[in-house]
Design a protein around this ligand. Structure first.
Ligand code: ACO
Ligand code: ZN
Length: 167
């Protein structure tokens, strides 16, 4: 169950330092500052943070960064508007509290407002916490991309169908 003092809200530029710190601590995929800024500028409504109040100060404990792309459907052969989950992470001390699930749920709700037909992401084939999280949200493994990561690990492409693509 999501702890009641956790708030999910749209990310702001002032949050970037904490977001990047969480990214560095949680994942080997460490993007440049500009990469975060680009997503915040162009897809700001799809960039979310989880925050808590600590001694009257707000602390960011998780983030999810998303964007919209036009591409081939993972469920057919048509071009479609897809939601891409670029990166999600929760600070280690705050995991297993439902925060990752809540960030993803909010992401899916926001994507729905943009007439998105499916949401997809890449995940390391050994990243069981993340794979379980996506499965719990009904994502399916649709493809394996060999050698996707810089250290040679394979990626699963996982996808969630939101609705039939418009013809
Ligand atoms: N082992 C097994 N299943 C897990 C685990 C775990 N350690 N952690 C989460 N899950 C699954 C469970 O199904 C869980 O549901 P349950 O608690 O009812 O069993 C479900 O995910 C939801 O768990 P949350 O508590 O909401 O997840 P959390 O807040 O801990 O965040 C996350 C999950 C984001 C994957 C976190 O573990 C993390 O930050 N990991 C490091 C960064 C990372 O790997 N990010 C994903 C990379 S792929 C990408 O970004 C597209
Ligand atoms: Zn990706």
């Amino acid at each position: 169950m999501l702890a009641h003092n956790v708030e999910i809200r749209t990310a702001r530029f002032e949050d970037l330092e904490q977001i990047i710190e969480i990214n560095r601590r949680s994942l080997p995929e460490n993007y440049s500052y500009d990469y975060f800024v680009y997503h915040l500028r162009d897809f700001g409504d799809l960039f979310l943070v989880a925050s808590i109040k600590e001694n009257d100060k707000e602390k960011i404990v998780g983030y999810v960064m998303n964007r919209i792309e036009i591409g081939l459907s993972n469920f057919g052969f048509s071009l479609t508007k897809k939601g891409h989950v670029i990166s999600i992470a929760v600070l280690e001390e705050y995991r297993r509290l439902g925060i990752g699930f809540s960030l993803m749920k909010h992401t899916i709700e926001r994507f729905k407002k943009y007439n998105i037909s499916e949401v997809y992401l890449e995940v390391r084939v050994t990243n069981y916490p993340a794979i379980n999280l996506y499965k719990k949200l009904n994502f399916e493994i649709v493809k394996v991309t060999p050698n996707y990561y810089s250290d040679g690990e394979d990626a699963y492409i996982m996808s969630l169908r939101l609705k039939e693509a418009k013809k």
